[in-house]
Design a protein around this ligand. Sequence first.
Ligand code: ATP
Length: 234
Amino acid sequence: MSMLSIENLVANHGLLNAVKGVSFSVEKGDVLSIVGSNGAGKTTLFRAISGVHPIVSGSVLLDGDAIDNVSANRRVEKGLVMVPEGRRLFSDMTVKENLMVAAEHGRKGDWVLDKVVDALPGLKSIVNKRAGGLSGGQRQSVAIGRALMSNPTILLIDEVSLGLSPIAIGELYESLDHLKQKLDVTFIIVEQDLNRAITFSDHTICMLEGSIELEGKSSTLDKKDIYAAYFGVE
Ligand code: ATP
């Protein structure tokens, strides 16, 4: 049984059909990357899976159980945790306070403050700093750290590297590689850097205008085909 299955998912923004019947499955321990141009529907898909955007039809199954009527908070408690695009930290709170908020609301488990701080780049030196004053890379570290505090079994990270410096991206992926190898976390990432996406993931999906245009094993996909799928070139 797949850890997460998405079946024929449809999600709209008003009259606009943003996700048009998307289906895929993720196995436990796998990394799936979702790529595609701006407006392809990646964020809407993530938000629908997380339960913060309504679905019109279709189904989300976690460990074989449909969770369509489960609230977003309850999904987090079940281990389905999203790092939203734009990180969404509480600017006036310290890094530590941002992390502790997630501990109160998430699943209980091994991921406690010290372990999270050790697992992500640069967190140790900023735990007592206000989140509002951090760099993009630091904010992404805190956002992923906050998600880990909820002890996810499946972690969705929207726009992993968007807006970050090359050094910050390198450090972040080093940490994610480490998490992938050492831990029982299944990842789905949205990544606009195609090389990063296919190197880090086992499977890749390319979305175009709300549908899956191309999917396959990352190691066997041809980059030329992915670029063609990005732009809908036949
Ligand atoms: P991006 O990388 O720009 O976030 P994306 O692949 O994540 O792109 P979505 O943000 O899911 O795509 O957008 C899918 C479609 O829904 C686009 O046509 C977009 O313009 C539209 N859309 C997204 N958010 C809203 C909103 N809040 N209100 C109305 N339309 C929206």
